[in-house]
Every structure is written in C-alpha cells, then in structure tokens.
Ligand binder design. Sequence first.
Ligand SMILES: [Zn+2]
Length: 338
Amino acid sequence: MADAISSAPQAGGRPNVDGPVQRPDLGNDPVRLTPVDLSPYADGNCGIPWCLSFSASAPGPHVVLNALMHGNELSGAIVLHRLLQHGLRPRRGRLSFCFANVTACQRFDPTNPTSSRFVDEDLNRVWSPLQLDGRSHSLELDRARQLRPLYESADLLLDLHSMQQDSPPLILSGPAARGSALAESVGLPAWIVADTGHVTGRRLIDYARFAGPGGTAAAILAECGQHWLPETVAVANAITGRFLLAAGCVDIDDLPEPPPPPAAQTRIAVTHAITAQSDAFEFVQPYIGMERIARARTIIAHDDGQPVLTPYDDCVLVMPGREVRFGQTAVRLGRIVR
Ligand SMILES: [Zn+2]
C-alpha cells in the first residue's frame, strides 16, 4: 500500500507553511510540519519531566492534554506549545500539559519520519498493570511509570494523535460509555469510533482509570489527520479548544481563538479489528478510511493470499494501515450506530 495516497495532492498542491517539502522514505508523504522546541518544558513543574500542571483556586476536574504519545505525531505538541506560549491557565480545577514521548520525538527525521514513533516499544500499548507493574524495562515502559501518577489523577484526558493516511479526523472513544459521552460533549470531529483497542497491548484510553467498570474518569483519543500536514494542526487545535470548553476549565476568551461550532457527529461501533497474519497484507483498493462498503462478503484485502471479507452490509473501514506488517492492526471494521 505504498502508493495508497499517491493520487492525493503532493508538493505544491497545498500550502507549505514550514519550509521546504521533505520527501520521506515511506509512502511519499510530504512532511510539512516541523517539531517545536520543547526544551523549555524539559524539567516540567510537577515533578515529571515534560509535564506542566496548573491549578485554579476554583474547584473543577483535573483536565489533561496529552501530546506525543507517538514521537512522530507532531501536531499535538504544536497545539500544546501554542497554548502554553499563550499563557493558558485553568479558571476552574487543574489543567496539565503532557509531552509524553519527547525522547522519540527528538529523533524525528523528516527524511524518515515514521522511524521516530517510539524508541524501544509503542508507548500506547503498555497501559496494563501486567506491564506497568512488571519487571521489564524499556525507554517507553519507564516513561509510562513516570507518567502514571499524572494520569491516575486525571478526570478528563485528551490524547492527541495523527494518522498515516490523510483520513477524515475521528475520535476513538474506547470501550467505555463515558468515553463516547465525552466525545459527544466535545462535538468535533464528525466521526466517533468506539472500539476495544489492539491485541498487541493496551492504550492509555483503555487504562483502568478511564475504561474500567465503575469509574468516572474519561479519556478520548483524537486522530486529527495525516501526521505531517498543517491541516492536522488546525483540527487538533479545534478539538482541543472544544475539549477545554466542554471540560469547563477555561472560558472561550481564554483561548487564542474561539473554536469552531460543533459538527453533526456519527458514531461507529467497531466490531472487528483485523490483525495482519503475515507481512504480505495488501488492500485491494487504496482505502484511506471511513469508506462504507455496501455488501457483506466484499473482499477488501488479501493477507498472505487469503481474502479478507467484510462481515456485513454497510461496513465502515476505520483507519486502514499502510505498509502493514505481521501482528499489526491492519484495519478496524465498524457499524454505524447513529
Ligand atoms: Zn498515534
């Protein structure tokens, strides 16, 4: 699927806001964003490096904005940096800004931009007690243990991500109803996807505090667009603004600019996560995500020569991967709920 978006606009087709377009070695995606200088935040202010936390005197929830869970997903860090430069502080409760995997991001190379997703392992696959309380060590596991107290005290968390494909933005609300409710309260973007994560490990939004039975804390993961496009920063900025207002920790005049109005949202319930059984996983068409496949038993891919079929009519393809390898989530399949 290396040519999956080869028909998408390339260099010169979109505004270049951050200098010359670089050509990466994977997928021919133009890199039009530059990592921000995060060095002012290295020491943090709450005992955790790269984390800043501010409290208001008025009561309210602990709201956490999380960026760089994946080191190559630059847009969230750009938005948080902008809000910090703006001097944003909570009017109610506590507001934390977290740059999760800065070490990976510091290795960002625009000629090989995918390689800085993580250093040792995916930081967004370690959020189970088995791993966090285990004896293993990796750069990401140790960082997760460092971040854990911050997340343990969060009431509302927005985890800002981006995607390989230039897909429509969406929120992954996780398995808990309170995640879907939080996504609906934010009102952007147009797609809300309720899913149960990956077989390869637990995401932060699946962490017990946010998804366990009987809890009240909620977390959502925003996939804001393609990793390195300026439009993705705009989407991340809009979702973050609406999230902060929905959380009630700031007023609209506190933001650098008012966020856009809410959109009509459609909710997808993921029914299947297709995990590649080989390195020879190929989609039959250059899907980018949120395609609706009308008929059941339509072939959407071949995995080591075996057809991958849609299980029901009107099946939505969520976040099809590119260059899918054995054991990776190739695509999720979902039904429209609303
Ligand atoms: Zn990500």
